[in-house]
Design a protein around this ligand. Structure first.
Ligand SMILES: [Fe+2]
Length: 482
């Protein structure tokens, strides 16, 4: 059933909000502020109940499509307050481990908050970087300004650069990486590219991505040395990635969850612009199905550095269950326009219509495979359907808002058991963030030690310089709400 069909008793003001938050099938993301959807057609009592405990109201719009409004609630003033373990306790660890192994998202509010000040200048400069990356030549200029940070270990190559995705890619820089101390391998090919997140003319969302080898082919390969060099390159060019990689609380948690040392690599810097963001997708590779997965990517760690983003994040298995629940509501005649528009009109975006859809969602293996396809395959028109499906997932507990210092872990156990996610810019400010893939760190210990020592040294140097310097007038100001 959808939110408006949750039975409420006649009675005290705000019952619908209480009913949504306490619904037995609501599965809220622990540690994230509670999120519910609202519309201006809702009953006054519901809106007043939300207003009494709201931290913020967030209008969701992406690529010209309205996804409705969310209220981010203050857990301390909510009518229903979930009991959650404190960070660092055994109960916290157990809860995180359960979610990690089920490929459910793990929100870590303010886990990087204390480190943001050390990178206040980089974070403030990111706004200008976004503007320049939007233009052809901007990435080359960005690299040229920073050549001293990477030479002589990384040098730009003069190869003719072909864009893998000419519609969205803006620019690409190819680099040659010298092997690190202790490694006998020859020089490796690395790259960095700037790209739009979409082709929508009003979406200024951009990402900067670091990788190696042949894009799309080698992204998920097992050459840990290449992944390590990509990590090193990103650490030099985006020192703010240290809010994750040199964050003891975060690293210790991830390494406990994975049971071994973890390498944070394949960095991305994201600028989610108002009206932009990412459609439902996953970050898993086909590598997982190819063998026992022992060196596979473990997941992705995303940290918000400025602005705010709104997320739907949910395991493949849970998304399958929610799609079936939503389909039942449509079958019962709720939201009739949704069924008509997606499955029954002449311009039906779901190939095969309602009949094929019900057959697909009745076959778990086929549904899992479909969700693993780019854009969630034929299910894209449903899972990216706003505002109805977006509101349905948020009211079921799968929405979260990330603000500066917050992180989200997106665990991954293969193409068909991963953490699916959909991202919106929350607010009028371009939201800056970093995202890193997590992989088992099993390189020769001397190579790892040499590079880790160099990284730590650079981080400490940075901290010392920051501590000695007068505070930048452009440094980030923390929200009084935090
Ligand atoms: Fe992603």
């Amino acid at each position: 059933m959808t939110r408006r069909d949750i039975p409420t008793e006649e009675g005290p003001h705000g019952d619908l909000l209480r009913a949504i938050l306490a619904a037995p099938d609501r599965d809220p993301m622990p540690f994230a502020h509670p999120v519910v959807s609202w519309t201006d057609r809702d009953e006054d009592a519901y809106l007043e109940a939300i207003e009494a405990c709201a931290l913020a109201s967030i209008r969701l719009e992406r690529r010209g499509r309205e996804h409705g409004d969310w209220a981010e609630l203050d857990p301390a003033r909510c009518p229903i307050r979930p009991g959650l373990p404190a960070r660092g306790t055994r109960a916290f660890q157990t809860l995180c481990a359960e979610r990690w192994h089920a490929a459910r998202p793990i929100v870590l509010r303010d886990i990087a908050g204390e480190l943001l000040d050390a990178f206040a200048d980089e974070i403030a400069e990111a706004g200008g970087t976004h503007e320049s990356l939007c233009e052809r030549g901007g990435l080359a200029a960005w690299f040229a300004e920073r050549a001293g940070l990477v030479a002589p270990d990384f040098e730009a190559r003069a190869d003719r650069v072909k864009l893998a995705d000419p519609e969205r890619d803006i620019e690409r820089v190819a680099l040659q990486a010298s092997p690190p101390p202790g490694a006998s391998a020859a020089a490796r090919n690395l790259w960095c590219k700037s790209a739009w997140l979409s082709t929508h003319p009003e979406d200024r969302s951009v990402r900067l991505r670091f990788g190696h080898g042949k894009e799309g082919v080698d992204d998920g390969d097992r050459h840990i040395l290449d992944h390590r060099l990509v990590a090193e390159l990103a650490a030099r060019l985006l020192p703010e990635t240290a809010v994750a990689t040199a964050n003891p609380a975060l690293v210790q948690l991830v390494e406990k969850l994975s049971g071994e040392p973890v390498l944070f690599t394949q960095a991305l810097a994201y600028w989610n612009a108002p009206g932009g963001g990412a459609l439902f997708h996953h970050d898993a590779f086909a590598e997982d199905a190819a063998d026992d997965g022992s060196f596979r990517q473990l997941g992705v760690c995303y940290v918000q550095l400025s602005g705010a983003t709104a997320w739907l994040a949910i395991s493949t298995e849970d998304l399958m269950a929610r799609i079936r629940e939503f389909a039942e509501a449509l079958e019962d005649g709720q939201l009739p326009w949704v069924r008509a528009q997606i499955f029954e009109s002449k311009a039906c975006p779901f190939p095969g219509g309602w009949k094929r859809f019900t057959a697909l969602i009745g076959d778990s293996d086929a549904l899992r495979r479909e969700l693993a396809r780019p854009g969630c395959g034929s299910l894209g028109p449903l899972v990216d359907r706003g505002p109805e499906f977006t509101a349905f997932l948020a009211d079921a507990g799968h929405g979260a808002v990330l603000r500066p210092g917050d992180a989200i872990l997106l665990p991954n156990s293969g193409l068909e058991k991963t953490c699916m996610h959909s991202v919106f810019c929350a607010g009028d400010e371009v939201a800056y963030s970093i995202s890193l893939a997590m992989r088992p760190d099993r390189e020769a210990p001397q190579v790892r030690a040499a590079l880790d020592a160099r990284r730590r040294e650079r981080f400490e140097e940075k901290r010392a310089v920051r501590a000695a310097a007068p505070r930048s007038p452009t440094a980030r100001k923390r929200s009084p709400k935090r």
